[in-house]
Each structure stands twice: as structure tokens, then as C-alpha cells.
Design a protein around this ligand. Structure first.
Ligand code: FES
Length: 76
């Protein structure tokens, strides 16, 4: 919440992904995911919507603390 309050009014979250599109929507079939898949929440990944580790340098540079959403299949 504190980081959100630091954003300038009307600032954007997305710096570069599909900027020619009015809304970024990604659809994946859950059956196509591996045992564990990390999804980007920092909007800096070159593999968006998947995490490529770009949150690390972003956090270091800005003092932010963002990271991926990790989905795992239940082990049988
Ligand atoms: Fe964005 Fe990992 S690259 S959360």
C-alpha cells in the first residue's frame, strides 16, 4: 500500500508490454503449464506474462519488493 501511494497520479504500471494495445490480456490453458509456472507481476519480464527474473534488478534499483505469482500442480 505504501508503494502504491508513492505512484504519481495517472502514472502507469506497464512500461513497455504491448503498448499498442488498449488492454493487456493473456490467456493460457492450465493443461499446458508445467508442474510449476511463475507469472510476472512486475511488468518488466521479457517473457511476460511469465517471470524471467527481471523483478530482481527492478527491486534492487527502486527499493520495490515485487515478485512472481507461482502456480504449482498438486503432487499426486
Ligand atoms: Fe516480473 Fe519476475 S520478472 S515478477
Amino acid at each position: 500500500y505504501a508503494a502504491y501511494k508513492l505512484l504519481k497520479p495517472n502514472s502507469t504500471i506497464n512500461p513497455s508490454i504491448k503498448k499498442d494495445s488498449s488492454k493487456v490480456v493473456d490467456c493460457l490453458n492450465i493443461e499446458d503449464l508445467g508442474e510449476q509456472t511463475a507469472f510476472c507481476r512486475c511488468w518488466r519480464s521479457k517473457k511476460f506474462p511469465l517471470c524471467d527474473g527481471a523483478h530482481g534488478p527492478h527491486n534492487k534499483e527502486t527499493g520495490d519488493n515485487v515478485g512472481p505469482l507461482v502456480l504449482s500442480k498438486k503432487s499426486k
